[in-house]
Design a protein around this ligand. Sequence first.
Ligand code: MCN
Length: 782
Amino acid sequence: MNATGIGAAVRRKEDQRFITGKGQYTDDVNRAGQAYAAFVRSPHAHAEIRGIDTSAALAMPGVIAVLTGADLAADKIGGLICGWMIHSKDGSPMKAGAHPALAQGKVRYVGDHVAVVIAETALQARDAAEAVSVDYNVLPAVVDPAKVKGATAVHDVAPDNTVFSWQLGDKAGTDAAFASAAHVTRLDFINNRLVPNAIEPRAAVGDYDAGTDSFTLYTTSQNPHVARLVLSAFIGIAPENKLRVIAPDVGGGFGSKIFIYAEETVCVWAAKRVGRPVKWTADRTEAFLADAHGRDHVTRAELALDAKGKMLGLRVHTIANLGAYLSTFSSSVPTYLYAPLLSGQYDIPAIYAEVDGVYTNTAPVDAYRGAGRPEATFVVERLVEVAAREIGSDPVAFRKKNFVSKFPHQTPVIMNYDVGNYPAAMDKALELADYKGFARRKRESAKAGKLRGLGFSAYIEACGIAPSQAVGSLGAGVGLWESAEVRVNPTGSVEVLTGSHSHGQGHETTFAQLVSDRLGIGIDQVSVVHGDTDKVQFGMGTYGSRSGAVGMSAIVKALDKVIAKGRKVAAYVLEAAESDIEFKDGRFTVAGTDKGLAFGEVALQAYIAHKFSGQELEPGLKEGAFYDPTNFTFPAGVHICELEIDPDTGVARIDRWTAVDDFGTVINPMIVEGQVHGGIAQGVGQALLEGAHYDDEGQLVTASFMDYAMPRAGDLPSYTVGMTVTPCPSNPLGIKGCGEAGAIAAPPAVINAITDALGHEHVAMPATSQEIWRALQRMPTQ
Ligand code: MCN
C-alpha cells in the first residue's frame, strides 16, 4: 500500500492550520471601509407589523442606514425559496408561503427578520437595532405541530397550516398485510427538535465593486456555488458570475449551512445600497433563534408480523413540523429523505407512509446531520425492539430473521439496496461488545443497586443522493453530480479543484490521498482547492455524505484523463506507441522494457518546448470531469449501547458503545472513525440531552446553552469501532458515505438500552434524568 494512499490512516493536512489558530473563517474577513449589520428580530411568534419607526435608530451614533422589507420590495429583491417541490397525495403542489428576507406585513416566529441596521461598528449597529420601534398587532401563535388545524393560519396560502399531505407506498397492499397479521406492534412518539450548534456561528460579508458592478460574498456555506446561483437570482445579479461567493474555512455545518438564509441576502444587497462592505456575525442567541432547526416529528407507527415473527407490513403516519417558512430543503427532508428509508435493514413486503408537513410559528426546520434518515431509523429500530419483546423473541434473533439477505434488494419504498451483509455486521458487533458477558455485567450492576440495559440499532442510510435525473423527476430542483478539475504543474505537483466543500470532514487530506494513490506522488505534492466560485467553476457542495462517493469519483474521472494524456506525452517522448505505455506506481514505462519516465518527468515534458504532433496533443496537463452517480450508496451497520441507570436519580451513564459500520472502501480509517465518533456524540445528544422547546406563545425557552444541553466529553464513553466492507458497486472507488452514520444509528440504540434497563417502560427523547426518573415512578415496584 502507498504510505499516503487509499487505506492509510494519514494525519489530517488541514489540522496544522486549525490547531495553530491559522484557519481563516468568515469572521476573520475584514474589508476596507467595512460597516456592520445588526438585525431587528421579532419578539413575537406571530404578529402583523402595523408600522416601523426607524427615526430614533437613524439618529444614533454611527448609523448609516436602517432598511426594512419595504426597501427590499422597492429594490425588487425576491423571496427565499424551497428547492424541492412536493405534491400532496391529491396531486396538488405544496403550499409555499412567501419568505421575504426582511418581513413584509407579518412576522411568523420569534427571531424573524424585521429590519437591518447598518452602522460603523457592530456595537453601534446592535444598539441602534434596539432603538427601532415596531408597532405589532400580536396574533395567536400555533406551536404544536399536532394541533395546527383550526389554528390561526401562519400563511394565507395554507389556511389549515398544512403545506403538503404526502404519501409513499402501497396503501391497499399494506392494509391487507395488516389485516392478515398475527401480531401488530404500535408506537406513538416524538422525534425531538434540535438546534444545530456548529462551533462557528453563521457569518457573512457582502462587498460591492461599483467599478465592475460586481459583488463578493464571504459566507459560512457548505455549497457556495448553489448559494451563488440562488442569491444572484434573488438579488437580480446578472450574469451570475458577477457574484463571487467564497466559503473559506467553515467551523462545522451539520446541514445547517446548506440553506440560503436572509442574512446573506441582506449583506449582499445592503453592500450596494450603502456603498460599503457589510459584515454580520451571528451571536449564539441568534443562532438558536434563527438557524434552521432539525427533526421535530410526531409519529404513529405500526409493524405487522406473521405468526412466525416475519415482518409483513409497516404503516407510518408522521406530522413534520416545518416551522414558519419553508427553508431551502425542508420539504424533502421529511418526505424523500425519510420514508424511503423506512424499510431499514429488513425485508418488509408492504410499506405505506403518510407525512403531513405543517407550518407553525417556530423557526424553520430543515436538514440536520442525517436529515430524515435518523427519524426513519428511530421509527424502525424502536418498533423492532418493542415488537421483539411483545412476541417474546430475542431482539438479535428477531432482527436476523428479518434482515434483507439477497442483493440487490428492491424495497417497496423506492430504494434499491445494492450490496450489504447485515448479519456479518451484527455478529462482529456482538463479539466486540462482549454480548455474552452482558448478563454477568447486569447482575453486577444490580448488586450495586443500578439498572443495566443493552440497546441495538441496525441502521441503513442512503448517501450521495442519485441519480440526478431520477431524483429530479421526484421534485428536486438541482443536479446531484459533482465536478473536479486536476491541474498538474510542470514540477508534477497537483492542484485538485472540487465542487465539494470541506467544513470539518478532512477533504484536504482524503482527496489528496486519492491523488497520491492514483498518480504515485506524495500527499504533500497535492493541494485541494474548494469553496470559491471564481476558482472552481461549479459544484453542488457537501451534504448527504456525498463528497467521498460523488466528489472523489469526479476526481477519479479527471485523474483517468490526466493519466491518459500523460500516456500520450510519454509515448511521444519515449518514441513508443501509446498502446505500449503502461502507468503503474507513478511511472510511465514502455511495456516489456525498463524505459520509462516518472509522473513528474512527464508533467515537465507536457510543458516544455516540443513539437507535439499537431492538434492531437496539446501542451499542458489539466483535465476536468463531472460525475453523476447511478445510485445512492447504502452504508449500514449495527451500533450497540450499554448503559447503567441510577434509579435514585434517573441518571443514565453510557458504559460501552460498539459500532460496526460498512462504508465500503475506506480511504482514511482515522478520519472515518472520527466521523463516526462525532456522529455518535450528536445522536447521544439527541437521545439524552438536547431538545428545543417553545412555550405556548411561541417563545423559544431553550435559547442558550444554559437551557439547551449539548453532550460533553464526560457524557460519552470511549467507543469500540469495527468495520465490515462490501464495496459499493455504483462508484469507481467502492465508497459509501460515513459522515452521518453515527447520528443516524445512535438515538434508537440509546433509547432501546434505557427501555431494556427499565423493563421496557416507554421513555421519550431527550431521556433526561428527569424523564427517566418519571418513568421509574410509573413502573411497578421491583
Ligand atoms: N471517507 C473515507 N472513506 C469512506 C467514506 C468517506 O475516508 N468510505 C472520508 C471522506 O473522504 C471525507 C470524510 O470521510 O473526508 C467524510 O466523507 P463523506 O461521508 O463522503 O461525507 P462528506 O464529506 O460529504 O460530509 C458530509 C457529512 C454530513 S452530511 C454532515 S451533516 C456532517 C459530516 O459530514 N457535517 C460535519 N461530518 C461533519 N464533520 C464535521 N467536522 N463538521 C461537519 O459540519
